[in-house]
Design a protein around this ligand. Structure first.
Ligand code: NAD
Length: 495
């Protein structure tokens, strides 16, 4: 038996009445209750309170007070140390956090442990190290000296203020860490608004942050549906919104942020990421590359590949092998340690993916593998391979955010480069080849915020991440995040 038992602390956590975490305390909340569903069973496991106006006011007031008070008084090194202690607590509570995440999102337990929690630890330590490296520069002005006076100038990177971090349901811990750790090390305070589908883990993370030494109000968690996000953005004391989610919501967020006194916003949105294999890559490497790019976490990764381009001479053989490899995947209970492919994360998404299957059929595309739901409780579908014969096919152009790889044959490499860029989106792309010269020639021509070569999907905290074109504005982590969470103040001194 490889299905794990729930820890007693997870059972006790689920049994609590959940709401928000504001000013260092659990708040049950008065708003209407939103059910939290386990997508592997379709059963309710908990509920949360939707944020009311009063909850939003309380969260922002607490964050504002911490921004002006306790958090402003910490030194950069102290901020870093709090994140290091939080990383230790993540380590200590690894299994507890991973189990809660799997229950609410359907992520396989191995992915919850190895990606959500372990990568969150890597990112927390990265941000802790950045805390003492947020500095301006010294400048020598050329102003004229009429009576022997001199001038010196310097810049300061100052925190923008209270940052609303609005998070999607696919990675409830690690994406929230990118946002609150960026805020905290730059001297901002953070309010995380998790997705209403996956609201539980951040409630536990906020408790651990308090245990790690974060003063009340440095990190608040406000739960609820889109309306909670809207209220947060519209609040006059919210200084910035860092949003990760879909393109339509991102556009609405950017509009409301601008309308609400020019509130700063950064947007990490979706896309339709291209994956192109040159002819020199072996069939086996192509097959494993496709699985890596398109099917981890049931394809519910914003950077996952969805547009696949294979040379016409290879496509039949590769697709046959991809179909066999997908048929071998162990699909099932995400709490089973041997499961490789779990359910989709929620019913809304399940319905959306089934709609894409229908669309593929009605448009006459070839479904090489999958293309249907699995008849069992919960929101399971088969990993799916679709072959289209035109670049205009809708499945090659609309983000599915699911386990659907759409494949098109190309004949020459100029055509391939055009296909890479023939999309309004530009989050990620991967080029697969053994030819170094072609790699160096082609990478600058690919329009995407991140281009992987002979790999896909893996992120490193030192390497900035974010989209171009309609996939977003701004960058997470790397050194680039600092610009997005601080304002530049210039000081000129006559002496
Ligand atoms: P979504 O846009 O529906 O929701 C994202 C968050 O926004 C949720 O917390 C939601 O409650 C909130 N929200 C909804 N309406 C709002 C409004 N009007 N104002 C403020 N907040 C609002 O996205 P989702 O379905 O949760 O996530 C899937 C999408 O996220 C996909 O498109 C995927 O590509 C994208 N994504 C992007 C990245 C990235 O880093 N670029 C990472 C993960 C997911």
């Amino acid at each position: 038996m490889t299905t794990i038992s729930l820890l007693p602390e997870v059972q006790a956590f689920l049994a609590r009445q959940h709401g928000h975490y504001i000013d260092g305390r659990v708040i049950e909340g008065q708003g209407s209750r939103i059910a939290v569903i386990n997508p592997a069973s379709g059963q309710q496991i908990a509920s949360i309170a939707d944020a009311t106006n009063e909850d939003v006011d309380a969260a922002v007031a607490s964050s504002r007070a911490a921004f002006r008070g306790a958090w402003a008084r910490t030194t950069p090194a102290e901020r870093g140390n709090i994140l290091l202690r939080l990383a230790e607590l993540f380590q200590k509570h690894r299994e507890e956090l991973a189990q809660i995440e799997t229950l609410q999102s359907g992520k396989t337990i191995q992915l919850s442990r190895g990606f959500e929690v372990d990568q969150a630890i890597v990112f927390l330590r990265f941000y802790a190290g950045a805390a003492t490296r947020i500095n301006g520069e010294t400048i020598s002005p050329s102003l004229p000296s009429l009576n022997g006076e001199c001038y010196s100038a310097f810049t300061r990177r100052e925190p923008v203020g209270v940052v609303a971090g609005i998070v999607p349901w696919n990675f409830s811990i690690v994406i929230a860490v990118w946002k609150f750790a960026s805020a905290l090390v730059t001297g901002c305070t953070s309010i995380i608004k998790p997705s209403e589908f996956t609201p539980l883990t951040m409630l536990r993370v906020a408790e651990l942050a308090t245990e790690a030494g974060a003063p009340a109000g440095a990190l608040n968690v406000l739960n609820g549906a889109g309306s909670a996000g809207r209220l947060l953005i519209a609040h006059p004391d919210t200084s910035k919104v860092s949003f990760t989610g879909s393109i339509p919501t991102g556009l609405a967020v950017a509009h409301s942020a601008i309308d609400s006194k020019l509130t700063r916003s950064t947007l990490e949105l979706g896309g339709k990421n291209s994956v192109g294999f040159l002819k020199d890559v072996s069939v086996d490497k192509t097959v494993s590359g496709i699985l890596e790019a398109g099917f981890i976490h049931q394809g519910q990764i914003c950077a996952a590949g969805e547009r696949f381009f294979l040379h016409r001479s290879r496509i039949d053989e590769v697709l046959e092998k991809v179909a066999s490899a997908l048929a071998e995947l162990k699909i099932g209970d995400p709490l089973d340690e041997t499961t490789q492919f779990g359910p989709l994360s929620n019913k809304v998404h399940f319905d959306k993916i089934n709609g894409f299957f229908k669309q593929a059929r009605s448009e006459g595309n070839a479904i090489i593998y999958g293309g249907e739901a699995i008849d069992r409780p919960g929101y399971f579908v088969k990993p799916t391979v679709i072959r289209v014969d035109t670049a205009r096919a809708s499945l090659l152009n609309e983000e599915t955010f699911g386990p659907i790889g759409t494949f098109l044959a190309y004949d020459d490499e100029e055509e391939l480069l055009n296909l890479f860029n023939d999309t309004p989106y530009g989050l990620s792309a991967s080029l697969w080849t053994n030819d170094l010269g072609k790699t160096l020639n082609y990478v600058p021509r690919i329009e995407a915020g991140i281009v992987w070569v002979n790999m896909h999907t893996f992120l490193d905290p030192a390497v900035p991440f974010g989209g171009i074109k309609s996939s977003g504005i701004g960058r997470e982590f790397g050194s680039a995040f600092i610009n997005d969470y601080t304002e530049l103040k210039s000081i000129i001194i006559r002496h």
